[in-house]
Design a protein around this ligand. Structure first.
Ligand code: GAR
Length: 198
């Protein structure tokens, strides 16, 4: 059996990326083929390289907000890696519909809220501010609309009275590391029914 090839896009520490990489062992139907970042300083790049994974960087800054021009360059190493599945894992650039359409039906994202609540940034602060009892994270298929697309899994947890955005983010992250690998495995097996945790 040949493994499905998974490219992972990151912008930061890459803890979700590492949870995916670490899950793709043994009888898992997929393996990581590339870790790609828009920032050469992303801590996850070194972690990936230390695992012997191919890495690449396409810095968005020289493109000065020209998303389409940035994406032309971003697509090159990504297409070269011939991924079957593309996982956004803390990738903090908004992608255009044109880019997304090249990977339609095979691109996933993890977002730190219970979508459709709190698309975009500052999700933990917004959930606390709203007085929500629950918060969590979502893995969804990526479509042209930001933080939209079919939901493939969610993990939920309670918000405590003394939670700050930082304490809440840290607890959500623990669930992200369980949810994303669980969804990826199911997805790589061709099963798109949602994973609901805990
Ligand atoms: C994660 O919490 C992820 O859900 C979030 O960024 C963090 C990246 O951490 N993603 C977004 O906010 C996407 N809009 P990591 O680099 O340690 O995986």
């Amino acid at each position: 059996m040949s493994h499905k090839r998974v490219a992972i896009l990151i912008s930061g520490g890459g803890s979700n990326m590492m949870s995916l990489v670490d899950s793709m062992v043994g009888d898992h139907p997929a393996r990581a083929c590339l870790v790609l970042s828009n920032d050469a300083a992303a801590g996850g790049l070194k972690k990936a390289a230390d695992r012997g994974l191919p890495t690449a960087v396409v810095d968005h800054r020289p493109f000065k907000g020209d998303r389409a021009a940035f994406e032309v360059e971003l697509a090159k190493p990504l297409l070269d890696a011939e991924p079957d599945i593309v996982c956004l894992a803390g990738f903090m650039r908004v992608l255009t519909g044109g880019f997304v359409s090249q990977f339609q039906g095979r691109m996933l994202n993890i977002h730190p809220s219970l979508l459709p609540k709190y698309k975009g940034l500052h999700t933990h602060a917004r959930a606390i501010e709203a007085g929500d009892a629950e918060h969590g994270c979502t893995v969804h298929e990526v479509t042209a609309a930001l933080d939209d697309g079919p939901i493939l899994g969610q993990a939920r947890l309670g918000i405590e009275p003394d939670d700050t955005p930082d304490t809440l983010a840290a607890r959500v992250l623990v669930w992200e590391h369980k949810l994303y690998p669980a969804v990826l495995r199911r997805y790589a097996e061709g099963n798109r029914s949602p994973v609901l945790l805990p």
